[in-house]
Design a protein around this ligand. Sequence first.
Ligand SMILES: [Cu+2]
Length: 197
Amino acid sequence: MRRASAPLAALGLGLALVAGPALPASAHNSVVSTTPEEGETLTEVPEFFVVTTNEAMLDVGGEGAGFAIQVTDESGLYYGDGCVDVGGPSMSTPAALGEAGDYTMAFQYVSADGHTLSDTLAFRYQPAVDAQASAGSPAPPECGTTSASASGGDEPAAAAGDESSAVLGAVAAIGGGVVLLAVVAGIAVWLTRRRRA
Ligand SMILES: [Cu+2]
């Protein structure tokens, strides 16, 4: 039995060498299933939109950096909360859809080999007449943020900060000038006294 191991090892090495050149292309995680599937017609909103690949995704830091699932309708409105949960070979986001129609799901994930990969798929939503439609948003939703966040309050404060530092700079320049004048005056006085002596 022991003798068989050498030829088997050689065969294994040979196979590895033959398969070798093909490895870089297959090192990326490849998508094995999605919810919804490309071209699928959904009659109800699933609990989650899901992308599953052939091996674990690389969630560095465990916070889903580099991962995204974005669902948009025909008019480009976004649905969902922007949150993506990564677990092993799959990532998911809580599903939401608006009115009946054509939708696009764009997704991005970090492959086990560290490469960021993305793709899109198209699907149709054809719900029952009494289905409740979620509201879409014109901008991609960001996980953990409320729909409308106030902004612009920072600008006046920043401008005031710039002004005060400019004033401080001017004061420092004047101060430096005064010191320089005092030194020059002191030398002049000293030279004058020295000549008299
Ligand atoms: Cu790769």
